[in-house]
Ligand binder design. Structure first.
Ligand SMILES: N[C@@H](CCC(=O)N[C@@H](CS)C(=O)NCC(=O)O)C(=O)O
Length: 215
């Protein structure tokens, strides 16, 4: 498979983890989001939205939207199941995944940050206040749910990795990149650390990808 991604992209990170967990071989071309390469006509032909990830699996046009790609990989590949079989558990895992991927992450992507600064003449530091607020809102909701709901186990949903964990970790790693305080979210931290101890998560980590700053 061939993925268009970016080292820092939370959405590409989620897909990288799933590919590695399922043992799918892939190559990744890094789109430089800071340089605006997502707006280049060649890339817009791949994804008219101008966003990563986009995944080619040789079976047709590129697949976009990380959650749709995760579902597709689940439906077409073996390896560990990343969604529970039981319908309520599956719905809960998806709910937690969507809390991150649909209601939190889209609010701080580069196009939103750039728009806020350009359209409203917002200084970068004020824009970053908004980004941190978005993180804090998402993380606080995750913490309340994960610490209070019976479905939580070693991972977000029971004791097996699910799409919810891929999404949780993709948000968690962003706290370091955007300077978000993590102490108020001990359950999120516990699950994120448990996931990141697994090779697939560790190898897919943004800071281990080409183009990432050396730490
Ligand atoms: N909902 C999409 C989000 C895709 C997305 O916005 N990706 C970001 C990187 S994490 C991007 O490429 N942004 C480009 C931009 O905002 O200009 C998904 O989950 O795949």
């Amino acid at each position: 498979m061939h993925m268009y991604g970016n080292w820092r992209s939370a959405a590409a990170f989620r897909v990288r983890i799933a590919l590695k967990l399922k043992g799918v071989a892939y190559e990744e071309t890094f789109i430089d989001l800071d340089a605006g390469d997502q707006h280049a006509p060649e890339f817009r032909r791949i994804n008219p939205q101008g966003a990563v990830p986009a995944l080619f699996d040789g079976a047709g046009p590129p697949l976009t939207q990380s959650l749709a790609i995760l579902d597709y990989l689940e439906e077409t590949h073996g390896g560990p199941k990343l969604l529970p079989e039981e319908p309520r558990a599956r719905a809960r895992a998806r709910s937690l995944a969507q809390l991150v991927a649909c209601d939190t992450h889209p609010l701080y992507v580069p196009r939103v940050r750039t728009y806020l600064m350009q359209a409203y003449d917002l200084p970068k530091e004020r824009m970053m206040d908004f980004v941190r607020h978005v993180f804090e809102t998402g993380l606080a909701t995750l913490e309340t749910r994960l610490s209070g709901e019976a479905g939580t186990g070693r991972f977000c949903q029971g004791d097996a990795v699910s799409h919810a964990d891929l999404c949780l970790v993709s948000l968690w790693v962003g706290t370091g990149i955007f300077g978000v305080e993590t102490a108020p979210y001990p359950t999120v931290a516990r699950i994120a650390k448990t996931c990141l101890a697994l090779p697939a998560f560790a190898e897919a980590h943004p800071l281990r990808q080409p183009g990432a700053p050396v730490t």
